[in-house]
Design a protein around this ligand. Sequence first.
Ligand code: NAD
Length: 273
Amino acid sequence: AQVPTITLNDGRAIPQLGIGVWQVSDDDIVPTVSKALEVGYRHVDTAQGYQNEEGVGKAIAASGIARDDLWVTTKLANGKHERSDAVAELKVSLEKLGLEYVDLYLIHWPQPLNGDYVETWKGMIDALEQGLTKSIGVSNFQPEHLDKIVEATGKIPAVNQIEVHPTFANQAAVDGSTKHGITIESWSPLGLGSDLKNETLGEIAAAAGKSPAQVILRWHLQKGYVVFPKSITPSRIEENFDILDFELSADDLARIDALDEDNRTGGHPDKMN
Ligand code: NAD
């Protein structure tokens, strides 16, 4: 089966399943991305802050896969929120990635305590207009942050990449995004592994003949979220991709939805700086 795509509000089709590379070291990055591309992943989620864009680029170059067949996302580093930083920093990323453009460029965190993210968003629009990225979006934006940039510029982000997993539905941020037609990308989709031991998920997985990780990732897909689990273990990279041949029932989805217990594992967007 093929990886499904979602059509973003700018008309571009994003592969709904990819590989995330936060906390993937210099030693692991090339083998990890190479393995993922071999298995069939065509979407890589990196960031300036992950300090592994060069390795991502090396694996892409070695793969020989046509640029058009790949989706590469990177993110503007925290602390680089001047309007002019967005274009300047993306040029640095492109150099490291060995690419002419990325598919998606995100503001990594709004950092409201540090000041302005509206000027930052204007800089993202500059990067889009210069063709350095095909789509622009944000990450970790709360509803009021989204409302503010849309009001100020009229340009709606294509995606909002936020923490979502079964024990953390993050529903207010989801609703504040979808009301604008913004697609959700779920980060830490497995709760960094912490959601895998849940009993209900174990039951659903046993009945489906799948692993808990596969059930969670399938839940994200069926909710319409874009997802890019991270693993450096070849067998898990395969396992996390092998989710296209089964479906969760409405009842299974509802049982997983009911696991929400506001279990945020990462930083709070209003406080991160
Ligand atoms: P994740 O939920 O993908 O969990 C990854 C961990 O889960 C692995 O290190 C491993 O311990 C475990 N795991 C993975 N596959 C497994 C399997 N099949 N069976 C058992 N255990 C398994 O966590 P993540 O890396 O935080 O999130 C995924 C990606 O989201 C990141 O790599 C990054 O690209 C992105 N992200 C973005 C932000 C942001 O602020 N925008 C923050 C965190 C993560």
